[in-house]
Design a binder for this molecule. Structure first.
Ligand code: ATP
Ligand code: MG
Length: 416
């Protein structure tokens, strides 16, 4: 690296090798699973007007208050590089009149940007997979999303991560709970962390979410949502847990779980590593893998009609860390050109192989010996070479099934 070589921006990553394989495996598995649940794919802009996030996520959250990459563009617009998907998808629902498809089930993945202190599992540019159901008020929507998340983790082979589930009640329950929390924490105000003293005014629920030891001392005995739930809110939560039980999804009640963002109602959840598990070791204290809940108030805050919605997002990097080492899949064939005169035969063969759906890689540079050495390092089912025989040019195939020699046109392509 020369003195004048530019460096990568702090908190960004160049993902390559086994890490890139694990990343791709997460995305491919998500794509497969979301199709099983009939979620439709959407592609969303990275840039949105800043107000999209300010109005929906809430000014008092860490994300909007401290973490956004916002700037004025050359046209004078205040824009932000998306810190999450939900607000942009809700904006798109309104901009495009997706109400006509409601309830609509959407899935996407891509990069997000938050100005945070980089550490293991926490970056400034990171990536999420995301699933949302917009326009569905029924608890069955929450059950479907949670069942999908649970199946995804199983298909990724991730163990030692459990679903922590809570309800924040409807607006009425939530307001009464909030008032009780304000009373409770005001009494110990002086002993709270500075951040939480501020939260007490703006967003008291978030004190329950605090990672500061000073606050955690008081969280255990804080008023519980269960004492404030309306009959409707209780019935809703009951329907969600009944659905999870029927679908065979394991869950644990987490009474102090609140989500970082302002807009949640009813169901709130996180998939977290179990204490002492390998997953907890791998991720350290940055432990939430997948989180989400119901955000019935969000679309209204963007100026739409009251629209029920529920969704989740998961960090691809954190999932990839739990997936562990992934090796590249075996190639179906590697083709070694021994003599450059046969290049067109090799090109013909490669076209036939790939056209028939076989993965194949060509080794045709350096000395013949080097070509063989490189080819042998590639995990593959079959090695193909071009020796010149008495009968002319043939293909020699060395593979699991022994050795055959034939002309390119006569080669029968079958799965090993
Ligand atoms: P945390 O409490 O870890 O900051 P959060 O509540 O800010 O998480 P969400 O906004 O719910 O996280 O995002 C959902 C998921 O996205 C997280 O569970 C995590 O897997 C991932 N995630 C969030 N922020 C980052 C980041 N800066 N780097 C990597 N992954 C992240
Ligand atoms: Mg955060």
């Amino acid at each position: 690296m020369g003195k004048n070589t530019p460096q990568a921006i702090r908190g960004t990553q160049d993902i390559f090798g086994a890490d890139a394989e694990a990343f791709a495996f997460v995305v491919e598995t998500f794509e497969r699973v979301r199709k099983l649940y009939r979620f439709r794919r959407v592609e969303m802009p990275v840039l949105e007007m800043t107000e999209v996030f300010a109005r929906s996520i809430g000014e008092t959250t860490d994300v909007v208050g401290k973490e956004m990459y916002s700037f004025v563009d050359r046209g004078g617009d205040e824009v932000t590089m998306r810190p999450e998907f939900t607000a942009g998808i809700s904006r798109a629902y309104l901009s495009n009149g997706w109400l006509q498809y409601a309830p609509i089930r959407l899935a996407t993945h891509g990069p997000l940007f938050r100005f945070e202190r980089p550490q293991k599992g926490r970056y400034r540019q990171f990536h999420q997979i995301d699933a949302e159901i917009i326009g569905a008020a029924e608890p069955q929507a929450d059950v479907e999303l949670l069942t999908m998340a649970d199946q995804l983790l199983r298909e990724l082979g991730i163990q030692g991560v459990s679903l922590q589930l809570n309800t924040l009640g409807d607006s009425e329950s939530r307001e009464r709970w909030r008032a009780a929390l304000v009373d409770y924490f005001t009494a110990v105000r002086g002993d709270l962390s500075e951040d939480s003293q501020e939260r007490l005014e703006k967003n008291p629920l978030r004190i329950l979410d605090s990672k500061d030891r000073k606050d955690q001392v008081f969280v255990g005995d804080a008023p519980k949502i269960d004492d404030f739930l309306s009959d409707d809110a209780l019935a809703f939560f009951q329907a969600v847990t009944d659905g999870l039980n029927a679908a065979g999804v394991k869950w644990k009640r987490a009474e102090n779980l609140v989500r970082g963002l302002d807009y949640y109602r009813h169901t709130a959840f996180e998939f977290m590593p179990d204490v002492g598990s390998t997953a907890a070791n791998t991720l350290g204290s940055q432990s939430t893998v997948l989180g989400g809940g119901r955000y019935d108030g969000l679309i209204e805050s963007l100026g739409g009609q009251a629209t029920p919605a529920v969704g989740w997002a998961a960090g691809i990097e954190r999932l990839a860390m739990l997936v562990g080492e992934r090796i590249e899949p075996k190639a179906d064939a590697v083709v070694v050109l021994e003599n450059d005169e046969h290049m067109m035969n090799a090109v013909q063969l490669l076209a036939r192989l790939r056209g028939a759906g076989f993965s194949a890689e060509l080794f045709a540079s350096g000395s013949p010996r080097k070509r063989f050495d490189k080819a042998k390092k590639i995990p593959s089912h079959t090695l193909v070479t071009f020796p010149v025989t008495d009968a002319g040019i043939t293909v020699r195939v060395l593979g699991d099934g022994g050795e055959i020699a034939t002309a390119v046109e006569n080669l029968v392509l079958t799965r090993p």
